[in-house]
Design a protein around this ligand. Structure first.
Ligand code: DGL
Length: 265
């Protein structure tokens, strides 16, 4: 690659920004286009057929308009379903975001791991196969959260969200004997890219301390490996922001803390 590469980062909403920030930090030499399919948000409430019928042609339009060198599907709900369809339909590299079950089970000491994702992600065959292949004897609890992604969007939009609303989604992740660190959940996979946006509150509200597994750094490394060595160039932290709803978002103030004090362009 001789020019700065263009990377298109795609999510149903703003959750993919948690992946974008890691990829930008790893590859500041790239040009970024961030697409939030907010007209169809939340993906977790749509059927598998609806998501495939939505994402595959939309990606074709986005590739036609932006001509990216690589696409990151920064959404577990979509990746666990459409990655194979996208790779069949389009010839450029796609990097997906799927539940980090393998590293979570490898590091759990109590052998109790929970996977917190959308209702769609936790019922996917893809997710069940990850558990079959990589649970390594751990007891894996799948927790399908109906509202947490929407709560994260609301929080980013500057709206107050209550601790009780977050706790209702979080509590089923905490399994076992609360009084015995060796016999209770010690690792929670954040299997939706929206959830790291709420990490401070998840940590504060958790009934006991756990390790939260966010796959974004691993995704950034994978992107960088596929791009090959940086050739210098852009060194910027901005991204062109596209919302499929065409709604105007004023995000700079709420997003700044997530990007090391710099707002996205
Ligand atoms: N950010 C998305 C994910 O990683 C999903 C949110 C949604 O649209 O339901 O699964």
């Amino acid at each position: 690659m001789t020019n700065s590469p263009t990377i298109l980062v795609f999510d149903s909403g703003l959750g993919g920004l948690t992946v974008l920030r890691e990829v930008v930090a790893t590859r500041p030499d790239a040009h970024y286009v961030y697409v939030a399919d907010d007209a169809f948000f939340p993906y977790g409430h749509h059927s598998e057929d609806e998501i495939i019928a939505r994402v595959v042609p939309l990606m074709g339009e986005l590739i036609g308009t932006h001509d990216p060198d690589l696409v990151v599907i920064a959404c577990n709900t979509a990746s666990t379903l459409v990655l194979s369809h996208l790779r069949t339909a389009y010839s450029l590299p796609f990097v997906g975001t799927v539940p980090a079950i393998k590293p979570a089970c490898a590091q759990s000491k109590s052998r109790r791991v929970s996977v917190l994702g959308t209702k769609g992600t936790v019922k996917r065959e893809y997710t069940k196969a990850l558990i079959r292949d990589f649970a390594q004897g751990c007891e894996v609890t799948l927790v399908g959260s109906p509202e947490l992604a929407s709560l994260a969007e609301r929080a980013l939009g500057g709206h107050p969200i209550s601790d009780d609303d977050i706790l209702a989604e979080l509590t089923p992740c905490f399994v076992g004997d609360a009084a015995d660190a060796g016999a209770r959940t010690d690792t929670v996979v954040l299997a939706c890219t929206h959830y790291p946006l709420l990490l401070d509150r998840l940590t504060r509200l958790a009934p006991w301390p756990v390790d939260w597994i966010d796959p974004a750094p691993a995704i950034a490394r994978r992107v960088s490996d596929l791009l090959g060595p940086a050739i210098g160039g852009i060194m910027q932290s901005g991204a062109e922001m596209i919302f499929t709803s065409n709604r105007v978002h004023d995000l700079s103030a709420t997003l700044t803390p997530f990007f090391g004090g710099r707002a996205l362009a």
